[in-house]
Ligand binder design. Structure first.
Ligand code: NZQ
Ligand code: ZN
Length: 387
């Protein structure tokens, strides 16, 4: 097991009606905040009314900035920074999913920086300060509610870049599974694929002697694979949503990757897809991950054999190792198909025209991944397999 430090400061407040007392949490930090959200969905389940009522009762003044689009855009981040400065705001409440939270985090670091916030995403400059943030989560998917990262798209260049810093951990995240009841089917599917991918990015690593985190990852994958089909069948099944929402948080709060290297190549490869084609991030991952697996499994086949046995119950004895690995990858693809996701670029209308440029951009900061270190030529091959 590798040496590690683990610290996740985000307080998780989980359960029925939890968002109705968000004002009591916010007021611990500020009485003058930015309320940040996306499109119409915040109104769907009365979430907007409940949140604003609670803020008002707690004596919190809020300035609103809605309009965050999935794959959040830099232009709105600039607007948010301007608003925070003008209104002397020192806290941002994000009500939504990964896109709203990531936009809030970008505003939070940008408002405390004299230069261009994009420097943090493109040039790798480290933020040294940020406004504090809090979250009411409305979709289990990205795990941004207690992660240290934010992913933003710059519209004119279609660059989708990330920034990770401990300044981006939200102070608290409220997770009420009831808020998921209004989610459209395609967002549930994409969110599920993203959650599974966050676990797999940590599971498929070259390290040995990681028994506990292996078992945690395998348990989390099983919990997700069992409960995601349940919420697709029964949209108001609280217990199944609670499992999905909690798994989504644990998948990306840092715990599952401790003592091991983590990979993240598939995410890097996918971000170029959603940057250019505006596909939902999780839907892109359902296509990229199996292709990545087919390209790299021979590097450490024993990990795929373990995945086959423990996650899918595929018995490896007396079988050829290649066959076991490919059967497991096939089983993952079947899972994606069963929940209604495609595993080929051509099936979602994406052509081969940008493979070179996407491979180049994916490797803008060097090679990708730890399971196998990928050059831009490798990444291009993976897009070909995914096509
Ligand atoms: O725009 P509105 O109307 O709000 O609708 C949203 C949006 O269209 C809708 N939605 C959310 N909650 C809902 C709902 N609709 C009905 N009922 C509800 N309760 O869902 C749509 C998608 O929302 P979005 O926030 O984009 O989804 P997600 O949470 O999947 O976030 C994806 C973004 O997060 C980034 C991705 O790259 C992508 O940009 N990621 C961020 C990470 C991080 N910061 O740690 C890690 C991830 O790997 C990921 O890269
Ligand atoms: Zn993701």
């Amino acid at each position: 097991m590798n040496n590690f430090i683990w610290y996740n400061p985000t307080r998780i407040i989980f359960g029925k009606d939890a968002h109705k007392s968000v004002g009591e949490e916010v007021v611990k930090y500020s009485k003058n905040i930015l309320l940040h959200y996306g499109g119409k969905s915040i109104r769907a389940a009365g979430t907007y009314e409940a949140v604003t009522k609670s803020l008002t009762e707690a004596g919190v003044r809020y300035t609103e900035l809605g309009g965050v689009k999935p794959n959040p855009r830099l232009s709105l981040v600039y607007q948010g920074i301007g608003l925070c400065r003008k209104e002397k705001i020192d806290f941002i409440l994000a009500v939504g999913g990964g896109s709203v939270i990531d936009s809030a985090k970008a505003i939070a670091v940008g408002a405390c920086y004299e230069g261009d916030v994009w420097d943090f995403y493109e040039k790798g400059i480290r933020p040294e300060k940020a406004l504090k943030t809090g979250v009411v989560l409305t979709i289990p998917a990205a795990g941004s509610e207690s992660s240290d990262g934010s992913v933003i798209t710059k519209e004119d260049t279609q660059d989708k870049c990330s920034c990770c810093t401990e300044w981006m951990y939200p102070q608290f995240a409220i997770l009420n599974p009831e808020l998921c009841y209004t989610l459209p089917e395609h967002q549930i599917r994409a969110g599920g694929a993203d959650i599974l991918s966050h676990i797999m990015e940590r599971y498929f690593v070259p390290n040995k002697n990681t028994d506990l985190s292996d078992r945690l990852c395998e348990g989390a994958m099983r919990a997700l694979m069992e409960n995601l089909p349940r919420v697709l069948r029964e949209r108001e099944n609280y217990d199944a949503w609670a499992e999905v929402m909690w798994t989504g948080n644990v998948a990306h709060n840092g715990l599952l990757g401790k003592g091991r290297e983590e990979d993240w190549a598939s995410h890097g490869i996918e971000h170029e897809l959603s940057g250019i084609y505006d596909i939902a991030h999780g839907a892109g991952l359902a296509i990229v991950f199996p292709a990545w697996m087919k390209y790299v499994y021979r590097k450490h086949p024993e990990r795929f054999v373990q995945f086959a046995e423990r996650v899918f119950g595929i018995r490896g004895e007396e079988k050829d190792t290649d066959e076991v690995c490919l059967t497991a990858i096939g089983a993952l693809e079947i899972f994606f198909h069963e929940i209604g996701l495609s595993t080929r670029l051509r099936d979602v209308g994406i052509g081969r025209e940008n493979f070179d440029v996407m491979a180049e951009k994916a490797c803008r900061n060097g090679k990708l991944g730890s399971f196998m270190s990928l050059t831009k030529e490798d990444v291009r091959e993976i897009y070909e397999i995914a096509w």
